[in-house]
Design a protein around this ligand. Structure first.
Ligand code: MG
Ligand code: MG
Length: 274
């Protein structure tokens, strides 16, 4: 177990390295799924691919059985924002699918999500994806030892607002992660900087903006899981798990550790040596 500092689970460098192993399973599984998304595949097929990938890596799918969730991924299509249940739905050209995935290795969790276009999508949908993914990286890039959690929130919100009239979900947020998938603190996607818990070495967080082409308001379908926009506008969701090391942010679920995106933003990239 990590040490608890003011209710936050603080990881040792060796524990962060263990989380990297879980993060890589998630990153590799999402890469596989990105390549598998095409018109004609069902979301249940994607779930099978994900579970095989996770288990063949010696890991456990963290979503399966989580509060009764029946699958290894969340698959959320078009106006579904998050928590969609994989099933018989067959993807069609022009759809937008968000895939969220979690895995456990030696008790340590990784959690990440991507949004993928199925074939060609309208420009405004491609822009929605770009803005959401960029906002996630801006958020991660705003995390500094000695800063505060809402520095991340502010960076996410500021980037999205500067790009257009998008909706940013407030009812669902990022989170601490480690020995459990969801730990304190919450990491909102909107807010003023300089608030919330202090960011310290060994803190691991999942940053996950959920952005829509319309409203921030959502409803939950009768399956009691799937979150949809109240105005049926389409949504994107990107997520990465990162840890703060003495050197900077190490994006545990990114195959390159976040090096390319963080370097492009001109912020420290902080992998730990083996
Ligand atoms: Mg997730
Ligand atoms: Mg998450």
């Amino acid at each position: 177990m990590g040490l608890l500092d003011r209710g936050l689970e603080i990881k040792t460098p060796d524990q962060v390295r263990a989380m990297r192993r879980a993060g890589l399973v998630v990153g590799e599984t999402l890469q596989l799924l990105r390549g598998a998304v095409r018109a004609g595949i069902s979301t249940a097929d994607l779930d099978v691919i994900a579970e095989d990938s996770i288990r063949s890596a010696g890991a456990t799918p963290s979503f399966k059985g989580y509060h009764g969730f029946p699958a290894s991924i969340c698959a959320s299509v078009n106006d579904e924002v998050v928590h969609g249940i994989p099933g018989a739905r067959v993807l069609a050209d022009g759809d937008l699918i968000s895939i969220d995935c979690g895995a456990i290795v030696d008790g340590w969790h990784g959690d990440a999500a991507i949004t993928v276009a199925v074939g060609e999508v309208p420009d405004e949908v491609a822009e929605l994806m770009r803005v959401t993914e960029e906002a996630m990286w801006r958020g991660i890039g705003a995390a500094r030892i000695g800063g505060r959690v809402t520095d991340i929130s502010h960076a996410v919100e500021t980037h999205v607002r500067a790009q257009g009239g998008y909706g940013i979900l407030e009812d669902y947020v990022g989170h601490g992660i480690g020995t459990q998938m969801h730990l304190p603190p919450n990491v909102p996607n909107v807010g003023r900087p300089g608030r919330g818990p202090r960011l310290v070495e060994g803190l691991a967080l999942a940053v996950e903006p959920m952005v829509t082409l319309g409203t921030k308001e959502t409803d939950i379908l009768e399956d009691e899981w799937t979150v949809v926009t109240s105005d049926a506008s389409w949504a994107a969701h990107f997520e990465q798990t990162f840890a703060l090391t003495a050197n900077g942010a190490w994006v545990l679920t990114a195959l390159d550790g976040g090096e390319a995106a963080l370097t492009a933003l001109g912020v420290p990239f902080g992998p730990l040596a083996d």
